[in-house]
Ligand binder design. Structure first.
Ligand code: HSE
Length: 420
């Protein structure tokens, strides 16, 4: 029998206990032994979790228990879980975590500390989709050319409802929280950080890139307005929070941000809490993974799969699947040099010469305009909406700064990248 302790018995932790109970027969057959959740740790002992396991408030109760074989870390946060996981590894315990923020900051240290101990984290990226398994095992024959997808269920749920049902931002965020999709601090979701953490994990496996969140381009969906949604609809786009790793030559670009995606693209049809990840390998071509990206049972499905795998194998493979450097000479592309098409929106005074002043600014920054649209608002103001041809990020950042200071621009300009 294999004994498990769960630190953090919330939405996902409760589902882990229930799946191990509901599917005990098939799990025992697949694992080759019985798996038993011996104990759990929670912050509030008074709250009823509906699970029949021994609960305490101190993670050390699990870490110091010689009978526990696997510590499942589902606490949330970064430094607190890091200490707990380090302590568990120091006691020789196998670790399973769903904590992408922890891995975004400490994955290389954890790989060193884990050594040959099993350390698994399938649930950290794209909830129930086995994308870690695919990258770390199934696709290892390939150079990975790109990884692109929708990796935050909360944002995708919100954008789908905002686009299809015109629901406002805050009530739909409240709904995503109530459904158990959002992080404890939902600004991690809507600010793009959660998706960026996932991207960094995938980029480590695919490229050996040891980047931190601060090194890459991260934006969220918190600035999207009904005007942007109306523009997207009129021009045949949907708005998605996209997460992208792309290799060109010796550089890899990593970015996560809202994007206008043509509505006939497969990724545009990924709605609600569903995630999708496309991986292009130089030998296999394109592979596409689709499934629920958040939620108790979907995420716990990946956690339990890791537990079964550890039960079966007994020992671990290197945590990130390799030792760096993975590809010699590969570097992270500077955020400033990223190339994309862009959509820009700004409110301006509706008077002679304004449009030509704005278009001159585009020319001065070496940005070519593909489409322009002017919409009168009221009181002598208008919204100007531009779609550009491919442009360099630093030029867009500098025109945005200049526009926000121009006397004839009367609302802060906003920008969304366009991914064809
Ligand atoms: N908050 C995350 C999401 C949970 O919405 O995708 C899964 O990582």
């Amino acid at each position: 029998m294999l004994k498990v302790g769960i630190i953090g018995v919330g939405t996902v932790g409760t589902s882990v206990v229930n799946i191990l109970k509901d599917n005990a027969e098939i799990i025992t057959a697949r694992a080759g032994k019985e798996i038993f959740v011996k104990s759990g740790v929670v912050q509030n002992l008074d709250k009823d979790r509906g699970v029949d396991i021994k609960l305490s408030k101190d993670p050390m109760d699990i870490i110091n228990d010689p009978e526990i074989d696997i510590v499942v870390e589902l606490m949330g946060g970064i430094e607190g879980p890091f200490d707990v996981v380090k302590a568990a590894l120091a006691k020789g315990k196998a670790v399973v975590t769903a904590n992408k923020a922890l891995l975004a900051y400490h994955r290389y240290e954890l790989q060193e500390l884990a050594g040959d101990l099993p350390f698994e984290y399938e649930a950290a990226v794209a909830g129930g989709i086995p994308i870690i398994n695919a990258l770390r095992d199934g696709l290892t024959a390939n150079h990975i050319e790109s990884i692109q997808g929708i990796m935050n269920g909360t944002c995708n749920y919100m954008m789908t409802k905002m686009m299809n049902e015109g629901v406002d931002y805050q009530p739909i965020l409240d709904e995503a929280q109530a459904l158990g999709y959002a992080e404890a601090d939902p600004s991690f979701d809507v600010g793009g950080f959660d998706a960026a953490h996932k991207l960094l994990i995938l980029a480590s496996i695919a490229y050996g890139i040891d980047a931190k969140p601060e090194d890459i381009l991260i934006e969220g969906i918190d600035n999207i307005t009904q005007e942007d949604i109306a523009f997207a609809k009129e021009f045949g786009y949907v708005i998605k929070l996209l997460t992208i790793a792309k290799k060109s030559g010796n550089e890899v670009e990593l970015r996560t941000h809202a994007a206008l995606v043509p509505q006939d693209k497969m990724i545009a049809k990924v709605d609600g809490v569903m995630n999708a990840v496309s991986v292009i390998g130089d030998k296999v071509g394109e592979t596409l993974f689709y499934g629920p990206g958040a939620g108790g049972d979907a995420t716990a499905s990946a956690v339990v799969a890791n537990i079964i795998d550890i039960a079966r194998r007994g020992k671990g493979s290197p945590m990130l699947g390799f030792h760096t450097p993975l590809e010699k000479g590969l570097t992270l592309k500077s955020k400033d040099e990223i190339v994309s098409k862009y959509y820009l929106r700004m409110g301006v005074e509706d008077k002679p010469g304004v449009l030509s002043s704005v278009t001159k600014m585009f020319a001065d920054h070496d940005i070519s305009i593909e489409t322009v649209l002017q919409r009168p608002i009221d009181n002598g103001s208008a919204n100007l909406l531009f779609a550009t041809h491919e442009a360099v990020e630093k030029n867009i950042q500098s025109i945005m700064k200049e526009l926000s200071q121009a006397s004839f621009v009367n609302t802060v300009p906003s920008m969304i990248r366009i991914e064809a």
